[in-house]
Design a protein around this ligand. Structure first.
Ligand code: TXA
Ligand code: MG
Length: 325
């Protein structure tokens, strides 16, 4: 995009947002579907466009700590922890769940007493925040329960027709949704694993990992039906386990095997076994594998370390989703 074109697009986006409309735009994690977080009618349009149940609260995006202040209540017991976390990870892929003020509409928080908040790092998103001067509520820009979009094209496929503007910032660099944590002062409860890993958080408090998915979890993103392509996903340790490759897509970890031609399609999360590259490619590969001539999508597990924890979290949810019909 040319610089002048970008400026015009940012201005158009801010204008639409202030007029109560929706805009899809990139963050460093995945594409978001944004509305003015202070405008409940605009926020309601997000739920309608995504077909998202009203019990699933949204993340509010701000430029930084100053933008967070009017929206959250920070008591003395968590202040230092929140200061250190935001200093270290903002702008970036860390979402904090904190008690909210009355400025946050109930709909944004799905009636909870807390709000999830983060400062995104993507320059395009930051420019729109700066131009609109309002906090932006933005879930991932996919239909509810589906794989998050990591390219503008994916947003168009998911939500075509239902939103007035998609800002195209190319592929999102990280490719996995932000880490969601609840700071308690002493502890840091990870509600959704993500790019900011447990190892990275350890120095800020005692890290508590997410409980197993349940009926009505604290972060409904934990619902086991999340991150699902249309076709069943089965996790495997090695592609040689697959019985019917001629009806299957394979997503492998490491070099592409020469016998891969047996599959309808085959791709690697990372040929050099790099977890950062795997995270950036995961959702696109799941989307690509989700094609009519494929009956089942087989995905090789990645190591459960660092970013691998978040990757496996999304894959397990994709695999837990719909059983073969
Ligand atoms: O990287 C991201 O976080 C992306 C980009 C667009 O910023 N956003 C994103 O939003 O993944 P969404 O709506 O797809 O996922 C937000 C998750 C949901 O699982 C929701 O339940 C949880 O955050 N959440 C929101 N508010 C919460 C709250 N007050 N307490 C606990 N969980 C909350
Ligand atoms: Mg989502």
């Amino acid at each position: 995009m040319l610089e002048g074109t970008t400026r015009a697009a940012v201005k158009q986006a801010a204008g639409l947002l202030l007029a109560g409309e929706l805009v899809a735009l990139p963050t460093e994690t995945v594409y978001g579907l944004a509305a003015n977080a202070l405008d409940p009618v605009a926020v309601a349009k997000i739920f309608a466009a995504k077909m998202r149940p009203l019990f699933d609260p949204l993340i509010v995006h701000v430029a930084g700590r100053a933008g967070m202040k009017p929206l959250v209540l920070i008591n003395d017991s968590v202040r230092r922890q929140v200061d250190r976390l935001t200093e270290c990870f903002w702008p970036g892929p860390l979402t904090l769940v904190l008690p909210r003020t009355a400025a946050v509409p109930d709909l944004v928080a799905a009636g909870l007493a807390t709000v999830a908040i983060r400062a995104p790092r993507h320059p395009l998103f930051r420019q729109v925040l700066e131009a609109s001067r309002v906090p932006l509520a933005a879930p991932s820009a996919n239909r509810f329960g589906r794989v998050s979009p990591t390219a503008a094209q994916h947003v168009a496929e998911e939500l075509h027709g239902s939103i007035p503007l998609i800002l195209d910032g190319g592929a999102t660099p990280i490719g996995l949704e932000s880490t969601i944590v609840r700071p308690t002062g002493e502890r840091l409860e990870i509600l959704r694993p993500g790019p900011v890993t447990a190892e990275m958080l350890r120095e800020f408090g005692q890290v508590v990992l997410p409980p197993a998915p349940s009926g009505r979890p604290d972060a409904p993103g934990q619902l086991s039906s999340h991150y699902a392509p249309g076709r069943p996903v089965i996790l495997i340790d090695h592609h040689e386990e697959v019985g019917e490759p001629d009806r299957a897509a394979a997503i492998v970890w490491g070099p592409l095997p020469p016998e891969g031609r047996r599959f309808v399609s085959i791709a690697s999360l990372s040929e050099r076994r790099d977890l950062t590259e795997a995270a950036a490619r995961l959702f696109r590969l799941l989307r690509d594998a989700d094609r009519p001539d494929v009956k089942t999508i087989y995905v090789e597990r990645v190591p459960q370390e660092g970013l691998g924890v978040a990757i496996m979290n999304r894959l397990e949810r994709a695999a837990a989703a719909r059983r073969p019909s």
